[in-house]
Design a protein around this ligand. Sequence first.
Ligand code: C5P
Length: 216
Amino acid sequence: MIPVITIDGPSASGKGTVAQRVAQQLGFHYLDSGALYRLTALAAVRQGLAAAGEETLGQLAAQLPVEFSGNDIYLAGDMVTEAIRTEDCGRLASKLSAFPAVRTALLERQRNFLRPPGLVADGRDMGSVVFPQALLKVFLTATPEVRAQRRFNQLISKGVDVIMDDVVRDLRNRDERDRTRAVAPLDPTGALILDTSALSIDQAMVQILAWYSVNA
Ligand code: C5P
């Protein structure tokens, strides 16, 4: 069986960066599942379907013309690596990710990332739904204050004009939606919990590699 490590957790918990570093260390492939939800959101906006219903958005997700090439992501041939990272895109991704039809449409696409020698997948339901067979399931988290500060720093470093209160409110809304939705809610059950509030990226990576070496 091809080994999988899943790293789930709330927004701005650092899971993307940590997951990429773990994948690099092990020479594994990497899946940023949130990018697929963000791509669906961006495609919806570009086609004037942002307010469309579940069925339409499910079809859009199923037919998404996306390509991952190294660190770059293309939507219908257009490079959207940065465009999908906006707060607006994240907010819409969070809304449409509550639709079961959208989640089902993206399921196979996510599983197709599983190739030898192994995969590190990050998201909200990687361990619970997409890769239940994973050798190691990690739930990465941090206090709301630390996560808000991280997100704030990230946005400021990209030159985005934001105020802390908006970042805190946005994170809280997104967490609440991801935790309480009926399908594939964010849930740490069955995963090893790693609180990164006081950890560096390297320290988080070392812990995950240590857990993996025990399970592998
Ligand atoms: O992780 P990221 O912030 O890029 O994800 C964007 C949104 O996509 C999340 O707020 C979440 O609602 C949704 N998502 C999801 N399941 C995943 C990954 C992301 O529902 N596996």
